[in-house]
Design a protein around this ligand. Structure first.
Ligand code: FAD
Length: 265
């Protein structure tokens, strides 16, 4: 079984800096960490690999990222924790991507890695926060998607069965392989790296590909391939005083409705 885990580098602090000229996140400043949802996805993949190894079955886990050159060190950390291969898509031409262009680039990466039985994404990235990439990637790869996975119950006979979170409860879903799963943050806690893992990772080769090397169409990546643009980003003004609403439940509901109407909502 081949598993690919999409790993995004996200700002390591809550102080996210924006470039006022381009309205984009400044990604080459402070330290980055593995998106917490992707850490959970990686652990889910490593547990599937552990199971396969116990049964004497071959299984490889590759990590895939689109990001700036220093993202290679996060991928190296993933290898220290048990991943076998790593591919970083890094090129100025990938910059400014919206989710469609990001998905296209990641789909190129999946193909460069030779495809996979399972592609795992985090359910969402804590900076972009759209939760679009996993389902979009499934569309790009023409594969089914199970979103919000909390536990992989079984991978057998060309199918994956997983428990997923739904509003107010849980559901079990099944899909034929190859499939894309988006993984919930609480699905698993990423294991620590072993000393042997750290030593192996030190000498591991992290493959870094430019857009051209990845076989990406220049018109479909980065800003050029992004049909959406951020027009303006800003921190909303907080009004500490608030508006006290009193009265019966009906009166309070009417007051809220009137306020929303006043705000044009
Ligand atoms: P989500 O969909 O929330 O992430 C889900 C999962 O997808 C992650 O957990 C991870 O597994 C995977 N994933 C996501 N991104 C990556 C990645 N890069 N590598 C590997 N795996 C990944 N950003 C800019 O820097 N410049 C811009 O100009 C810009 N413009 C944007 C315009 C719009 C309209 C929007 C909506 C976003 C824009 N962004 C821009 C942000 C950019 O789209 C996101 O960083 C990127 O598309 C991933 O989306 P997300 O963070 O919402 O991921």
């Amino acid at each position: 079984m081949n598993i690919i885990v999409c790993v995004k580098a996200v700002p390591g602090s809550t102080e996210v800096k924006m470039d006022p000229a381009t309205n984009t996140i400044v990604r080459d400043g402070g330290a980055s960490v593995i998106n917490p949802f992707d850490a959970a996805a990686l652990e889910v993949a490593l547990r599937l690999k552990d199971d396969a190894v116990r049964q004497g079955l071959p299984c490889r886990v590759a990590v895939l990222s689109m990001g700036i050159p220093t993202t290679a060190e996060l991928l190296r950390d993933c290898i220290a924790r048990g991943a076998d291969d790593a591919l970083l898509l890094s090129d100025r031409d990938f910059a400014g991507a919206d989710t469609l262009a990001t998905t296209y680039a990641l789909a190129c990466g999946v193909r460069r890695l030779g495809g996979a039985d399972l592609v795992l994404c985090g359910k969402l990235a804590v900076d972009g926060d759209t939760a679009q990439i996993g389902p979009e990637l499934a569309g790009a790869l023409d594969a089914p998607c199970i979103a919000g996975v909390t536990e992989v119950l079984e991978v057998a006979s060309g199918r994956v069965c997983a428990r997923r979170e739904v509003d107010g409860g849980a559901a079990v879903a099944e899909a034929p392989l190859p499939a894309v799963l988006t993984v919930s943050k609480d699905a698993a806690q990423l294991r620590m790296a072993s000393i042997a893992g750290v030593m192996a990772a030190e000498g591991a080769r992290i493959e870094v590909l430019s857009a051209r090397q990845a076989g990406a169409d220049p018109a479909r990546i980065g800003r050029a391939g992004s049909p959406t643009q951020v027009v303006r980003s800003f921190v909303p003004k907080a009004d500490a005083s608030g508006i006290p609403i009193e009265g019966s439940v009906d009166e309070q509901a009417d007051a809220v409705a009137a306020l929303l109407k006043e705000m044009g909502i």
